[in-house]
Each structure stands twice: as C-alpha cells, then as structure tokens.
Design a protein around this ligand. Sequence first.
Ligand code: SF4
Ligand code: SF4
Ligand code: SF4
Length: 351
Amino acid sequence: MGEEKEEKEKKEKIKLAFYWGATCGGCDVATLDIKEKILDVVSIADIVLWPVAMDFKYTDVEEMEPDSIDVCLFNGAIQSSEHEEIAEMLREKSKVMIAYGSCACFGGIPGLGNVANREQIFKTVFKDTPSTVNPEFVTPQTEMIDDAGEKLTLPEIWDTVKTLDQTVDVDYYVPGCPPVVDRINDAIGIIAKYAETGELPPKAAVVAFKKALCDECERKKDDAMKIKRIYRPYELTEIDPEKCLLEQGLLCTGSATRGGCGARCIKANMPCRGCYGPTSEIKDQGAAALSAVASILGIEEETEMIEEGIAEEVDELLDQVKDPLGTFYRFGLPNSRLKRVIINPDGGKED
Ligand code: SF4
Ligand code: SF4
Ligand code: SF4
C-alpha cells in the first residue's frame, strides 16, 4: 500500500527543466539560495535537466515527446548555435517557458557584447588580453578532425547576443541579476499552484513589481533638486543614507527600473544599475534613465541655459558620465531599441 502511494505521488509530480545559455552561473546559484525551500520544489517536481547540477544528457530531452516537460526555467542569453538549438528544443518539449534572470529576459551582461562582433570579441579574448600568448591567433573552430580521425564540433558563437524571447516564445519573466530570493519563492509558488491546480498567471506576466524601484526605495526625494556634479561611488567619501542617491550625484537608474528587488543595492549605498529591467510603461530603459538624469542636470532647460551662456557647464556635467552605454544599458542592450552597435565592414563602429 505504501509503495502504491509513493508511486501515485511520483506520477503526480510535474517535470521541471533548468538550462543555461550565455550566463555567469549566478542564476543557478541563486536558485540554491532558497535553501530548504528547494525541498518544496523536489516534493512537487521531478527535475529532468539541470546541466550545472545534475548529469542528464541532451539526448534524454531530445527523446521526450513535445510538451512532456511542464516548466522550463531558462537562464542566460542566446549567443551561440548551441543556446539557440537547446532553447528551441526545450520550447518544443515544455508547456511553460520562463525567462529566468536578466540575461534571459533582457540580454544582461553578455548583451554588452553587442558593442562588437564575434571577430572583435575573439581578438580581445584570444589575442589582446595581456595574459594570453597566442601569436598565431588561434581561435575556436566549429569543427576539427582529431588525431584519431574523429570529427569534433563546437558551437558557433553569434555576432549578436539575443534575449530568450527574441529566439523562442516565452510565457513568463523572472528578472534580476540574479533574481532575489523573495521573487524566486514567488516563482516557485506559481509553479506549485500550477502543479496542484493547473492554473497559471496571464501570459507574459513578470514576477516582480509593476511600479518603478523609486516607489519601493525609502530614500527621501526632492523633485526640484538639481545637481552640479556626477560622482562615481568610490569618489564620494560620505553618502547620506537617507537621501536619494541620484540627488547626491550618483547615477541611479531606479526611476526607469522595475521594482521587486527590495532595493538591495540602494540599501548598500550603491546606485541601481537596472537589473530588474524596464517597467511595463517604459519602452527603452536606457533612454528613460538618461532622461531622468538629464532632468536633474537641468538639461530640459538647455535652450535657456545656452542663452544664459552656461551650455559649457552642461557639457562638463555630461562628460562626467563615464561609460554611458554600460551605465544606462548595462543589463538590457539586446532588449533596447538600439539592440546593438552597427559595425562597418572595416571594423569601425557607426555613429
Ligand atoms: S542574470 Fe546575472 S546572475 Fe543570472 S546568469 Fe546573467 S549575469 Fe549571471
Ligand atoms: S533614484 Fe535611486 S536612490 Fe533615488 S529614489 Fe530612485 S531608487 Fe532611490
Ligand atoms: S537595486 Fe537595481 S541593480 Fe540593484 S538589484 Fe535592484 S534592480 Fe538590480
């Protein structure tokens, strides 16, 4: 009888897959940050693929019928032929596809590769890096014949990094670099409800807050405030723990970023860099963040300022924004209107 019950419970478990594309592995580690809650996951789900933690083969998944995986949590961006092939295979085999983490949702840090192309990235990594000695500029090949005459293959790296939903249909999004534990638990709650009742949230739901991070942030804001200097965090010896960081001259993208992380960077006196992505009202997170900074610099009154002969002062302020692309599009270049920098055939970048 006990065996019968065990068998019944086993049959009722849902099938769960984890996969990683272009990733740092942090999203997989964050999943384990839920500690004993992982036991709740194991009690409702059988894990059928988790490359970082368990020894399944892709052929195991290939042999499955379409829709035989209930939920796939896919972290990492799409940057190679392998990522694309596995994303397509998992989409076919999964009823529910979840983009998990900023790289899958928006392109993330790997998405900054879109300032270059594959050739330029290979040159930087395999030739110009000071720790690399590679005078013949040997780079990864997609296939070779080894000494035993066997053909070996490697995935092809793409020129352009893509988000998961630029590759396959995505049902839900769990943003964050990595997602915070509370939101991972929310996602597990959704999966648990699905396992129990078959109910799911509306398509394209984002497991985070609707409003911007500034609404979640407890620091005091003064809407009329203008700043005279932009600082990098290390340049400020004292940061007022009560006052908005942007108003202290630190480039905080909280107004253009979806809330839900618990303002974890802000609480550590670090400005938000936008890893939770844009709110649903914002089309381009970087442009919205830039506009927020411009308003606090007084750029909206630029004409008046030019007339007053202080345009130089504005230029000086803007020159203090080091690495604008890495600041405003750090986690979402592939997801932005820009998507990537256009590289001319001579290797130069278009303005
Ligand atoms: S979202 Fe962040 S933590 Fe997750 S894989 Fe990408 S870089 Fe790593
Ligand atoms: S800009 Fe940053 S520090 Fe200021 S209120 Fe928004 S999230 Fe908080
Ligand atoms: S404060 Fe900004 S960068 Fe930091 S975790 Fe939250 S959304 Fe991400």
